[in-house]
Write a protein that binds this ligand. Sequence first.
Ligand SMILES: Cc1ncc(COP(=O)(O)O)c(C=O)c1O
Length: 383
Amino acid sequence: MKFGTACIHAGQAPDPTTGAIMTPIYQTSTYVQAAPGRHKGYEYARTGNPTRTALEANLAALEGAAHGICFSSGLGAMDGVMRLLSAGDHVVACDDVYGGTYRLFMQIFARYGLEFTFTDMSDPQQVRSAIAPHTKLVWLESPTNPLLKVLDIQAIAAVARQAGALVVVDNTFATPYLQQPLALGAHLVVHSLTKYLGGHSDVIGGAVLTGDPALAERLHYIQNAVGAVPGPMDCFLVLRGTKTLHVRMERHCENAMLVAQYLDAHPAVGQVYYPGLPGHPQHALAGRQMRAFGGMVSFRLKDDSLERAAKMCSATRLFSLAESLGGVESLIEHPAIMTHASIPKAVRESYGVNDSLIRLSVGIEDADDLIEDLRQALEAAGR
Ligand SMILES: Cc1ncc(COP(=O)(O)O)c(C=O)c1O
């Protein structure tokens, strides 16, 4: 199956009891057994649910994986991956990670004896330098959140594999439509399904995808033993979202490119961060690694102050001021105060997330309307 066909069909078959074309929402906590131990493959809904099974198979197909394991949120999925490790293990992570990832690592898992080193992975040699004898896992996002650095997944995976470390890619920003990290050498891909895969800002969910049966077995064990599972309604909503992933992503990318070009040429705008702009430091790598450049754009105003940035964020009318990303509607946000507030100011400023950075999740509305909204907001912010 090609990608668009897999979005719609992978993991899904008409319901065997009624022929319903859409996977039913199996809203049940348990399953009746004919005799003790004699059942139809499902015993208890934390362990398994047919709606979840369909979603897991669908997501696995999209990432080119053999196995999918779903969780109640993106962070739940990351928590599941981190439980593969033991006290004393070391993790190398990219510096520009989602704030919640940083918080999970430093406020939760560091207390259980895991060690973390954050490094700028735009140079894969820095990954090599950060690896220690007890490094068990290398964690990266590409493009990164919120500075949209593009990391060379293949090169980083090669370095990590040489050291015997697991390679995990948070593919939330790119989605499998734009890049498939398992084919580039990653062992595991994690997703916040809340974003592009759900696509409609109406569900929270997470997933881990892998081609490795031993890792999948351990993750299924963790999923059941820890219990951070998604409900069947949420799985249904994500399944509904993935059906249009390929079509939505095309428009997200098209619109984001137009928005980035508009901002780049605007006299009141300073730096624009978008991998699709020829001036982006990893533009060529993004062109090789990704099918298109994604729907996220970050930028700073020329008047690089918190006051102006806050004014800009409050002046848009179509871009709603809200955390999250990847829905059909456009959002604007202020990472330092919103999505990345859980990273200490000195740490985030050390790699460029200062108080004047603004992040856009460019939706699939008409681009002309989005650009007109940014035009009037930039004018208002300048007053
Ligand atoms: C890149 C990235 N990964 C993971 C997450 C966490 O996902 P969730 O909010 O579904 O727990 C987010 C949330 O914003 C994110 O932006």
